[in-house]
Design a protein around this ligand. Sequence first.
Ligand code: RIB
Ligand code: CA
Length: 313
Amino acid sequence: MPPRKIIIDTDPGQDDAVAILLALASPEELEVLGITAVAGNVPLPLTQRNARMVCELANRRDIPVFAGCDTPLERTLVTAEHVHGKTGLDGPDLPDPTMPLQDQHAVDFIIDTLRAADPGTVTLCPLGPLTNIATAFTRAPDIVSRVQEIVLMGGAYFEVGNITPTAEFNIYVDPQAADIVFKSGAQLTVMPLDVTHQALVTTPRNDAFRALGTPVGIAVAQMTDFFERFDKEKYGSEGAPLHDPCVTAYLIRPDLFKGRHVNVEIETTSPLTLGMTVADWWGVTNRAPNATFMGSLDADGYFALLTERLARL
Ligand code: RIB
Ligand code: CA
């Protein structure tokens, strides 16, 4: 089977970085057509810089990196330096990127790539706020039906929110964009906090990354050393949730995940619950299912996959 063509839309972010590295370490399953940066964890100048630094860490200067939207569709940008550090990629001391940023805007790259590819052959992998994706769908509605699948990290239901009591960060930053994507009709697979909070980088798991002894293994362990302090203090957990690699891991090993095809809608107005993903898990409404919403993960299998694949870089 040929590798699946994907576009990674991202706001690196240590966990985004690991998701990108996993994809680049898995050429049998995934062909990364490009990486599109969006404002989220940190502002756009940093997310596009961090995306290029991660490509160079993987020795993949050939991967085109594009800068996209620097503000949400309607709201003021909310960032997460308190989690990811002021650079967004605090932890390892990575060199400044030397590979160029592409001149083309990320949204135009998404549109052009989907229009040029055979219908149903390109998967979108959003790991941050959905601003780029929603802007592309609004500017070029014809591309929605050409998308093979959208596999995104975002949302929460049973796990509730991580940036407000009800909202997960990616959706909260741009709820209007999320509303457009969730109502687009594209095939949607969602990795919410319900499943990513089962992907905790415990000390033994992070030690396995470090024990690889490679620049990638050591850098990932250093990213986790930094990234985990916030979640361990907040949740009293054994380690940080490695959210975004759930997206690329799903494309490699879907059997690691279990979920349910349900209706999911986005709260876009209430000041109390703005950005909440309202998942009709028990089918109590007549709203049509529009997303496969993941609820469980084989965490040991997930970290075994990550460690085995990161060792390749
Ligand atoms: O809520 C977790 C998500 O927000 C992850 O994608 C993390 O990188 C941040 O973007
Ligand atoms: Ca992210």
